[in-house]
Design a protein around this ligand. Structure first.
Ligand SMILES: [Zn+2]
Length: 255
């Protein structure tokens, strides 16, 4: 089973890159991807967030075998709104978890004031927390901050999207260090050099690393092909290849 652990969809045309659920499914069918972890493509008009999140819910309902939907909340729209939307995502929409993006929404993801109240709800519900990580907004999204969160919520599975590699500087060595220390972190290797992914697999084991493309900000087929070529070239076992391409996520999500 091949699972792409980083994809975005949107009900409205956003930023010239967005795709709909139907376009994502068509892409998956063409490339041979079985399931996707899917979050919103952040709306240009920030207050349209609820609409975008509802679209994830509707899309997961429409394609339950293909789309593993996540919520998204923005504390900058006010904590009342963020906490209410968190509840809705977890209890009414039954999404797998919530993604927090401190780069897009401009907040420190380890803030005790505005992030931890959301994380407490995710942890209490037994759901998964996903985080953007990288150097495009290093002060808000550094892997070290995700390590702190994993430490403070040891029972909560944590997905470190981009494994610290987003943007030109690559903080993936810090991401690997945090994942070594906190066993509840899984690294999603999207928007990060293949050599960094390879290092993560070697240091942590294939069961702690997952393929992700970051579609539509990257090309699903080209990324999947790159992963396959990397693992073949390095002579990785079939078992490890299967883990990276979907098995790690399947185990974590109990699929
Ligand atoms: Zn992404």
């Amino acid at each position: 089973m091949i699972i792409d652990a980083d994809t975005h969809i949107s009900p409205t045309l956003e930023w010239g890159t967005s795709i709909t659920a139907e376009q994502l499914i068509a892409k998956m069918d063409k490339i041979g991807v079985d399931k996707c972890l899917t979050w919103i493509h952040n709306p240009y008009i920030r207050s349209k967030l609820d609409h975008s999140v509802a679209y994830i819910y509707e899309s997961m309902k429409k394609y339950p075998d293909r789309i593993l939907g996540f919520g998204w909340v923005d504390p900058q729209l006010g904590m009342d709104h963020a906490l209410a939307l968190t509840d809705k995502c977890l209890n009414a929409y039954h999404l797998y978890g919530i993604k927090l993006n401190g780069a897009v929404n401009k907040f420190p993801i380890d803030s005790k004031e505005i992030a931890y109240p959301i994380l407490e709800k995710i942890a209490k519900a037994g759901k998964i927390a996903a985080f953007h990580s990288g150097c495009d907004d290093v002060a808000n999204t550094h892997p070290y901050k995700i390590g702190k969160i994993a430490r403070d919520f040891p029972e909560m599975p944590v997905l470190m999207i981009h494994m610290g590699g987003e943007a030109y500087a690559d903080a993936s060595s810090c991401a690997i260090e945090m994942a070594q220390e906190y066993k509840n972190i899984t690294l999603i290797g999207s928007q990060v050099p293949k050599m960094s992914v390879l290092k993560a697999i070697r240091v942590l084991g294939a069961h702690r690393v997952a393929f992700g493309s970051d579609t539509p900000f990257a090309l699903m087929g080209a990324e999947l092909g790159g992963y396959k070529a990397m693992m073949e070239e390095e002579g990785m076992s079939g078992k490890d290849q299967d883990l990276v391409l979907g098995g790690s996520i399947a185990a974590l999500f109990d699929l």
